[in-house]
Write a protein that binds this ligand. Structure first.
Ligand code: C2E
Ligand code: MN
Ligand code: MN
Length: 403
């Protein structure tokens, strides 16, 4: 399976730029033979390397690299699967930040990358590269947002309207946007299941024959993708909820999803599967191979309701999703609670280091949003900004600085 591994290390002070160049020349020949791409970025003190290739080759090469005396303090940052190489198969490339400016290095790295830019914006691999090159970390704004200074104004959206159900459709979906208010951007749309009479997910799943739940849960996703197509979501991302067992128990589940995604004119990289923290823990071992398969197709994964379960941050030692959604319980009235603030600050700090995108769920008050922006969170989902809308996307309330 095509594997990406990223590590960080310290350059041994006795190893100079000239040594790096000859190292890269030799590595180029070795990597080409192994069908591995290695992108090495160095600033003279620290290195970041991205390795791409077949899993066994990458892992065994990394083993050799770790023992190399020219660097020390080797820390693995990411190990992931993907549908295709992010970089051209070039053997080995060196980018030296002592010779080229940050901007030049960033541009040349992107030049060798093969993904469309809108697909790389949330990509953890590219986020690690960008942070290393610029030395900048997303961090708390430092100055509190003053809630008095902000007002909301509603905007109509350029999505299709009033689409009906497909014949025989046995459920429907409501869409709720996840927004990045300071950028005025929709970062994705979440599809929430509804029964045909508009009932809640709980109501819908209760009405089913209990041994059909997983199969139905999986099949309904076809309607969510069809809705995205009917509304013309363009390059926007769509998030769907799924019980992990729907991927484990139903044969060919991932293949089914990929087929439905493509049938509806979407790309797998546009789709995010949300799994709640508790479901993730209880089924982790069995779910593991489904995760690999999803990643190998390019489908994103999010942990939903993070902080409501028992595993908390320790889950992240086993598995790092692309996205984490902080549970509404923690978010609610966060501006008033010291313990809640302490917990969210620690989640922000961990996710920043792991380049995991964070979303705060269930924002209902301006005060909550202001505090969360101050703490470094940029993406939000909640009634304050937009409510879920059946078979469509409702208006969004964007915050503006009042004059
Ligand atoms: P979730 O994935 O965490 O989805 C967010 C839920 O929070 C939605 O409830 C949404 O309406 C609600 N919500 C969003 N903003 C706010 C807010 O500001 N305040 C409050 N009080 N609530 C807010 P909904 O649609 O009832 O969904 C409940 C849960 O059902 C979802 O939680 C998700 O875990 C599950 N679910 C939804 N669709 C599916 C599906 O297709 N398959 C499966 N297995 N589960 C689903
Ligand atoms: Mn969800
Ligand atoms: Mn949630």
């Amino acid at each position: 399976m095509l594997t990406t591994l990223i590590y960080r290390s310290q350059l041994n002070p006795s190893c100079h730029s000239a040594d790096l160049i000859s190292l890269v020349e030799r590595a180029k020949i070795r990597n080409t033979g192994l069908n591995i791409t290695g992108v090495l970025i160095s600033n003279g003190r620290e290195n970041l390397q991205i390795l791409e290739g077949a899993e066994e080759s990458v892992v065994s090469l990394f083993h050799t690299i770790r023992a190399d005396k020219r660097h020390f303090g080797v820390v693995e940052l990411l190990r992931d699967y993907g549908p295709r190489r992010r970089f051209e198969n070039v053997g080995m490339l060196l980018f030296d930040l002592q010779v080229q400016s940050q901007k030049e290095v960033l541009q040349s790295v992107l030049h060798y990358s093969k993904l469309e830019s809108y697909l790389t914006s949330d990509d953890r691999v590219f986020k690690f590269i960008q942070t290393f090159i610029t030395g900048k970390k997303a961090s708390p704004t430092g100055t509190p947002f003053d809630v008095e200074k902000w007002t909301l104004s509603s905007e109509d959206l350029p999505f299709g309207e009033g689409v009906g159900l497909i014949a025989n459709q046995f459920c429907q979906f409501a869409l709720q946007p996840i927004v990045e208010p300071t950028e005025g951007k929709i970062s994705s749309l979440e599809a929430l299941i509804r029964s045909n009479d508009g009932g809640s997910p709980e109501h819908f799943f209760h009405s089913l024959d209990q041994d059909k739940i997983y199969e139905v849960d999986l099949q309904t996703k076809a309607y969510a993708f069809a809705l995205a197509k009917k509304l013309g979501i363009g390059g926007h991302k769509i998030a769907v909820n799924l019980l992990p067992m729907s991927l484990v128990n139903v044969p060919g589940a991932v293949e089914f999803l990929v087929k439905q995604i493509r049938l509806n004119g979407l790309q797998p990289e546009q789709v995010i599967i949300e799994v709640t923290e508790n479901e993730m823990i209880s089924g982790f071992n069995r779910f593991n191979s489904a995760i690999k398969q999803l990643r190998a197709e390019g489908i994103g994964l999010a942990i939903d309701d993070f902080g409501s379960g028992y595993a908390g941050l320790s889950l992240l030692t086993k598995f790092q999703p692309d996205k984490i959604k902080i549970d509404r319980e923690i978010i609610s009235d966060i501006h008033l609670s010291g313990p809640k603030q302490a917990i969210v600050k620690s989640i922000v700090s961990c996710c920043t280091d792991m380049e995991i995108t964070l979303v705060a769920e269930g924002i209902e008050k301006m005060e909550e949003w202001c505090w969360l922006e101050y703490a470094g969170i940029r993406r939000f989902q909640g009634f304050l900004f937009a409510r879920p809308k059946l078979n469509g996307v409702g208006n969004i309330n964007w915050p503006h600085l009042a004059r």
